[in-house]
Design a protein around this ligand. Structure first.
Ligand SMILES: Cc1ncc(C[n+]2csc(CCOP(=O)(O)OP(=O)(O)O)c2C)c(N)n1
Ligand SMILES: [Mg+2]
Length: 330
């Protein structure tokens, strides 16, 4: 399976899982899908028959609210049956809303932001002390980088020259209620990590060629520093009416136009070899939003989409075409 194929499946499962469960965070799942897919198809060493294999690479999704992306990847590569994904968020299911270590293939439960890098640093440190070859990979949210513990871990990783540690930041410029820059200023993120002693690689995190380039350069780095990949992404990537719209941090695709259009948007870019197990041909006669439906509006907490908008955010807007009127409105 290619990384593009797995990324599509993660997106499709993510829509289904949040739709069925009424669970949140579809925007965050879509944002990180390409990074997760690339890791599970090209980078991580694991054994689906022996999840606690000692030589496996360690992986932590520190932005644990996007747990559906990991569950979908783990099921698709063979850690458990894909059918189980339907139990996401259900009472008694091991596929809890946020990432659970009770799921085979998961090293750390996450969801309370700001802890994953600290634990990852500990893992990398122990590997180094015991001369182990496995690596540690941690995916963080950019809003998560508001947490002080992230920067304490960054200091530690530099101090102990943890060149067996790779952090990837899903830099979608948004957090739960607003843009990062309207919450706590984060820029210049790359300079901050450089100042903390890390190698910094900056890429478009929804582009698989660029993700490959980033991991290829990680292999070539010969110094003793830890590396961070700042992956510029778009929250909601792959479903235009969700892109860069903060509404979809918490809202799930409801019955009707939200679910129908989400599925059909994904089908516009479905790789040929991939089969959609839920709606093989997309949705015939989809419900479409009307002018009264809440689509294309600014849902940020501060309503500062246009006024006083920083130039750098405008670039994100232009790139994604967010708030372009959704073409299939009746
Ligand atoms: C310690 C902590 N505080 C608050 C939250 C609530 N929360 C869940 S997701 C989120 C936003 C995270 O933003 P970001 O890290 O940028 O992730 P994204 O969804 O944009 O990928 C917040 C504040 C949390 N999970 N943990
Ligand atoms: Mg974010």
């Amino acid at each position: 399976m290619t990384s593009e194929e797995l990324a599509w499946k993660i997106r499709r499962h993510g829509v289904e899982m949040t739709h069925l469960s009424g669970g949140s965070h579809i925007g965050a799942i879509l944002s990180v899908a390409d990074i997760v897919a690339f890791l599970y198809t090209n980078i991580l060493k694991y054994d689906t028959k022996n999840p606690s294999w000692e030589e496996r690479d360690r992986f932590i999704l520190s932005k644990g609210h996007a747990g559906a992306s990991i569950y979908a990847a783990l099921a698709e590569v063979g850690f458990f049956d894909v059918d189980e994904l339907k139990t996401h968020y259900a009472n008694g299911s091991r596929l809890s809303g946020h990432v659970s270590h009770h799921v085979p293939g998961v090293d750390l439960s996450t969801g309370s932001l700001g802890h994953g890098l600290s634990v990852g640093v500990g893992m990398a440190y122990s590997a180094k002390k015991s001369n182990k070859n496995w690596k540690t990979y941690v995916v963080l949210g950019d809003g998560e980088c508001d947490e002080g513990s992230v920067w304490e871990a960054a200091l530690f990783a530099n101090h102990f020259r943890l060149n067996n540690l790779v952090a990837i930041i899903d830099h979608n410029h948004m957090q739960s209620l607003d843009f990062n820059e309207n919450t706590i200023e984060l820029e210049n993120l790359a300079e901050k990590w450089t100042a903390f002693g890390w190698n910094v690689i900056e890429i478009d995190g929804n582009n698989h060629t660029e993700i490959k380039r980033a991991f290829d350069s990680v292999l070539k780095i010969a110094n003793h520093k830890p590396t961070v990949i700042i992956a510029n992404t778009i929250k909601g990537f792959g479903i235009p009416f969700m892109q860069n719209d903060i509404l979809w941090h918490y809202r799930f695709p409801h019955d009707g136009w939200e679910y129908d259009c989400a599925v059909n948007e994904l089908h516009k870019n479905k790789p040929n070899k991939v089969r959609d197990i839920y709606t093989p041909n997309g949705i015939m006669n989809p419900v479409l939003p009307t002018k009264q439906d809440d689509v294309g509006n600014d849902h940020t907490f501060t309503f500062t989409w246009e006024t006083n908008y920083p130039e750098k955010m405008r670039r994100v807007t232009a790139k994604s075409g967010t708030f372009d009127k959704v073409e299939y409105i009746k």
